[in-house]
Design a protein around this ligand. Sequence first.
Ligand code: 4H6
Length: 245
Amino acid sequence: MKFDVLTLFPEMFEPVKQSILGRAEEKELIEINLINIRDFSQDKHKKVDDTPYGGGAGMVMKPDVVYEAYQSLKNKNAKVIYLSPQGKPLNQEKVVELSKQEHLILLCGHYEGIDQRVIDEIVDEEISIGDYVLTGGELPAMVLIDSISRYVEGVLNQESVEEESFSNGILEYPQYTRPETFLGKKVPEILQSGHHGNIAKWRRKEALYNTYRKRPDLLQKQNLSQEDRKILKKIENIHKEKEEK
Ligand code: 4H6
């Protein structure tokens, strides 16, 4: 998977080029190509922004500079993604969909954003990582790179990727490791029983319970099995009983 990143702040990506993704890059499973948009300014002062037409606060990134940076890319067949608060909210389904691409171009805006004309010309998809405002599109681009890379074969143990939270649409079950007793609290006995069938059932119940308590909205979208519905009914009833007390 190749990422071309158009940004005014390439240094910000250094941490991502290390750790897990760094190793994946070493193995050449992932390539992060950073393009400094400022290198394409024709101006003697390397100016990349200007005041907004119509007035108002802040500055707007110049369309010509962004366009030249884009034109410098070798392969322009790839999807261009603009990270912006106006984009479609990112979710795991979108992450999985994008992970099937072999090449993505990520456009990071700064100041008040980028001149609309160049966006209309080069951008295929506008994505937001959530309903809040950041100073630039770099952190969202890193979020996208990190979340997509987990699905690139060989980057992670694919077994754990398939098992995890969200890939099946509900939250995960709780995890435990040694010591067996911590602050007087014992690990749930069933996890030491060695009975894989019972452990799987217990984990499914805990996952459904977690989702019911913390993200009931996720349950609405689910195609739950007959068995899951039964478990949820029980969870709901236990909850109601507690409220009545
Ligand atoms: C493009 C357009 C993404 C990029 C405007 C980017 C949040 C997200 C930015 C802006 C971002 C997100 C600049 C508009 C600062 C507000 C950079 N913020 N903004 N949620 N900021 O994915 O002012």
